[in-house]
Ligand binder design. Structure first.
Ligand code: BTN
Length: 260
């Protein structure tokens, strides 16, 4: 990526400053350090290559040069947004869905809580991290990784869930910087709706596996199965058990698979 092009990309967006790296360990680590040092709302860290990128559940997320988007947006939530903290990860996921739709006409879904799927395969992931000073929230970092070219997709045998790239789904080359701009635009636009009920509805509209039976595997609990009903107001996944009882899985260490 070219720094000059990136600078013009941010024109018209509320991104006061950005840091771009050809190679970095993790853009989230850099962004968290920037928050601690006093970053403003909307600052962005982006990299062409990540050598120590992190995913959810302590997984690795390696980004090869030229193949993906890897960036971290810093937000300093306002008081009313702090009450809806659980909505910031879906904010990233929904923004990606909206960008894929607007730019490429691709219909995507969100595998709860926030993996973005194209054709039932994962194309993007989000790692939300918060920086605290004692019990005071300093800021949050929304880390986003998008597989843009086929080179970004790890071999299937290394994956827990099948993956895809944007280019494979679009069947044409995709300009990474244009996609980044589209995602950022959507993120800022959706942020203004974060505290409205319509935001949860938009998330639910994109929810993958609705009506289907899924298995949810936690890190320490026995897997549980249920039929996906929707998203509850706090952002948990609403399910129905085989005995017909409704229950909610809260955001946490779970992953979700469609039952065979
Ligand atoms: C996941 O699906 O497990 C989340 C993946 C998040 C990866 C992104 S890439 C940019 C940012 N920096 C990181 O170290 N991780 C996130």
């Amino acid at each position: 990526m070219d720094v000059g092009t990136l600078t013009s990309l941010f024109t018209g967006l509320p991104v006061p400053q950005f840091r771009y790296f050809d190679t970095i360990g993790s853009t989230n680590d850099e962004a968290l350090a920037w928050v601690a040092a006093g970053a403003q709302d909307g600052c962005l860290v982006a990299a062409d290559q990540q050598t120590l990128g992190r995913g959810r559940l302590n997984r690795r997320w390696i980004t090869h040069p030229g193949a993906a988007l890897a960036f971290s947006l810093i937000l300093l939530p306002k008081a009313e947004e702090i009450e809806r903290m659980g909505m910031f990860s879906p904010l990233g996921a929904l923004a990606i869905c909206q960008a894929l739709e607007n730019m490429l006409g691709l219909a995507s879904q969100i595998k709860w809580p926030n993996d973005v799927l194209l054709q039932g395969r994962k194309v993007a992931g989000i790692l939300l991290e918060a920086a605290w000073l004692g019990d005071e929230l300093q800021g949050i970092v929304i880390g986003i990784g998008v597989n843009v070219t086929a080179a970004a997709v790890p071999p299937q045998n290394e994956l827990l869930f099948p993956a895809i790239s944007v280019e494979e789904a679009a069947e044409r080359p995709v300009e990474r910087i244009a996609l980044l701009k589209e995602i950022l635009q959507s993120m800022f636009e959706l942020r203004s709706k974060l505290i409205e009920p319509a935001f949860g509805q938009a998330w639910e509209q994109h929810l993958a596996f609705k009506g289907q039976w899924v298995r949810i595997e936690g890190t320490d609990n026995q897997p549980i199965t249920g039929q996906v009903l929707g998203i509850d107001p706090a952002g948990g996944l609403l399910l129905r058990s085989s005995a017909g009882k409704q229950f909610t899985v809260t955001v946490g260490d779970v992953h979700l698979r469609l039952m065979e």
